[in-house]
Design a protein around this ligand. Structure first.
Ligand SMILES: Cc1cc2nc3c(=O)[nH]c(=O)nc-3n(C[C@H](O)[C@H](O)[C@H](O)COP(=O)(O)OP(=O)(O)OC[C@H]3O[C@@H](n4cnc5c(N)ncnc54)[C@H](O)[C@@H]3O)c2cc1C
Length: 512
């Protein structure tokens, strides 16, 4: 494999994870980070799903588990009434159970520091550095840094978060991709409140929510405010305290105290809009995006951190599978983008219930929270947040022999909605340059279709059966032969069955 020199803009979760795996896979990454040192942004994250799997593969789970928040038996997320009495409470133990014990509540910086520790000896990380401009040629991507220095690399990864600099420089302005979700959010450290123990308490009034939980810093808790508002864009630090005070004026519970404890100058208040980033493509020549830069999902999805690690891992993985970097970037996008799209869709569906706008909505939210705490309904949590790791669940694995208008997949496992999205993206990519697609499906343990994906299957057939000129089904079982017969005209104009040891002929037939 050719060693590539790869610049990564952003030393956050996605950037550091990409650096770790690229180095391990034999490439030469260089990370630049705008901040003067590792950030210590103060908020907690629920960490589960694909990112958890990636962290496991990095061997950092034990370190993270030792630093998790809300340790002990009483850890819970609670919705409280005006007097602080819990109306509904979700025990974190229940959450762990639903997520097969692969769940950690962490400070965001704990995850970042742990990945940094795993990579800092091996990879050059330049703090206080940003990119001023980017140009591309057939041989390289050349950047000019903000100190005027120029340097060329084989590839550039934009892992610089929701307000990505690389995205603005190469793909277009943030407003072209930003989808405001109707909320602002803010958080800051406050002195620890003695009554509060292991519970993350939230108090809701129509259109606004205030919450507080213990951090891992002695004597310090963290607030989280989320409120409905019109999009007024970026709020300068000096105006943040005032903005919060007016949004939370007259709110009950301990909110007045939390506001009184606000840092005076606003410098230490994190405040941003709740905004998704939605793009048609994450690639432009030698430049590619990962994490929030590519597809910020917002805290509503509860998976931005996890998917930052996931995207970085798959990107590095694909760049280790082939010397053709263009192919690697395309396959990366095909594997990961549908997973982002799905989680973004779930977050949009859930957005209105996140901080309900009416009294009735607040009551409904309490009932839903109570329901979820019952064992029988707890699986809803997993479904809502798509808590499975897609490294394990994806049934489609693109075959490296795919080229031109011939697309091949190994199919192993159960087909999920995201597999149909992967297929759709792959086919659409080919249809940009060709009138038709030829498809090879190597059935290697197909376990059927998840019930939720049946609709996708029907839609897929309707949409594409005339555009797929040929489909080759590869397998050895009798029913697989039948599947081939059924495929035309439902999924393709013409279909044929080939035995596993005859796969070369299948490629040749598709290409003829
Ligand atoms: C309040 C809140 C709660 C959240 N809760 C959860 C949760 O429960 N679960 C979850 O999974 N996710 C959660 N998230 C989302 C999660 O934090 C993000 O999705 C995740 O941090 C994205 O990682 P990233 O590496 O893509 O971007 P970031 O973490 O934003 O890192 C980007 C990095 O790029 C750097 N950078 C920016 N501009 C430049 C530049 N010009 N040049 C160089 N470097 C630059 C930044 O300083 C930063 O270090 C939450 C987010 C917030 C705000």
């Amino acid at each position: 494999m050719n060693q590539l020199r790869i610049l990564i803009s952003g030393g956050g979760l996605a950037g550091l994870t990409a650096a770790y795996w690229l180095h391990r896979n034999g490439h030469q990454p260089v990370v630049i980070e705008r901040a003067p040192e590792l950030r210590r942004d103060g908020y907690a994250i629920d960490f589960f799903g694909t990112g958890y799997d990636v962290a496991e593969r990095m061997g950092i789970i034990d370190t993270l588990a030792g630093k998790q928040l809300f340790m002990g038996d009483n850890g819970a997320v609670a919705f409280v009434d005006e007097d602080g009495k819990a109306k509904a409470e979700l025990k974190l133990d229940a959450m762990r159970k639903v997520l097969d014990n692969k769940y950690l509540p962490l400070m965001h910086y704990t995850l970042e520091e742990t990945i940094y520790d795993a990579v800092k000896q091996d990879v050059e990380i330049r703090f206080n550095t940003s990119i001023a401009s980017v140009s591309q040629s057939a041989d390289a991507v050349t950047v000019t840094f903000d100190d005027g220095q120029r340097e060329s690399f084989d590839l550039l990864i934009g892992a610089d978060g929701i307000h990505s600099n690389v995205r603005s420089l190469v793909f277009g302005s943030e407003s072209d991709f930003a989808c405001y979700m109707g909320y602002y959010m803010a958080c800051y450290f406050v002195p620890h409140n003695e009554q509060q123990q292991a519970t993350w308490e939230n108090y809701n009034e129509p259109g606004r929510q205030a919450g507080v939980y213990n951090s891992d810093r002695d004597g310090q808790s963290i607030t989280l405010f989320i409120w409905q508002a019109d999009d007024e864009g970026y709020v300068p630090h000096a105006q943040r305290a005032q903005k919060l005070r007016s949004a939370y004026e007259g709110m009950g519970w301990i909110t007045p105290q939390l506001l009184d404890d606000m840092p005076a100058d606003g410098g230490d208040i994190f405040m941003d809009t709740v905004t998704q980033i939605r793009m048609n493509t994450w690639r432009n020549g030698r430049v590619v995006l990962a994490g929030d830069a590519a597809g910020c999902m917002t805290p509503i999805s509860g998976q931005g951190a996890s998917m930052a690690l996931a995207s970085a891992y798959v990107l590095a993985d694909e760049l280790s599978q082939t010397d053709d970097w263009q192919q690697a970037l395309a396959v990366y996008e095909q594997r990961v983008k549908p997973q982002f799209d799905l989680r973004q869709q779930k977050a949009r569906d859930f957005a209105k219930q996140f901080v309900p706008g009416s009294e009735m909505g607040v009551k409904t939210q309490t009932v839903l929270m109570k329901l979820i705490t019952y064992q029988a309904f707890s699986g809803l949590l997993k479904t809502q947040f798509v808590g499975d790791s897609f490294l394990e669940t994806a049934a489609l694995h693109r075959l490296p022999q795919s080229s031109g208008n011939v697309l091949g997949y190994r199919v192993a496992g159960k087909l999920h909605v995201t597999d149909y999205q992967t297929l759709t993206i792959g086919i659409e990519e080919i249809l940009k340059a060709s009138d038709e697609v030829r498809l090879l499906l190597q059935l290697d343990g197909l376990e059927g279709i998840e019930s939720g994906a049946l609709w996708q299957d029907w839609k897929f057939g309707r949409e594409y059966h005339e555009k797929i000129a040929k489909v080759a089904i590869i397998g050895d079982k009798r029913w697989e032969r039948w599947l081939a017969r059924l495929s035309s005209p439902l999924y393709a104009v013409e279909s044929r069955f080939f035995h596993t040891d005859d796969i070369d002929n299948a490629w040749a037939w598709l290409r003829s």
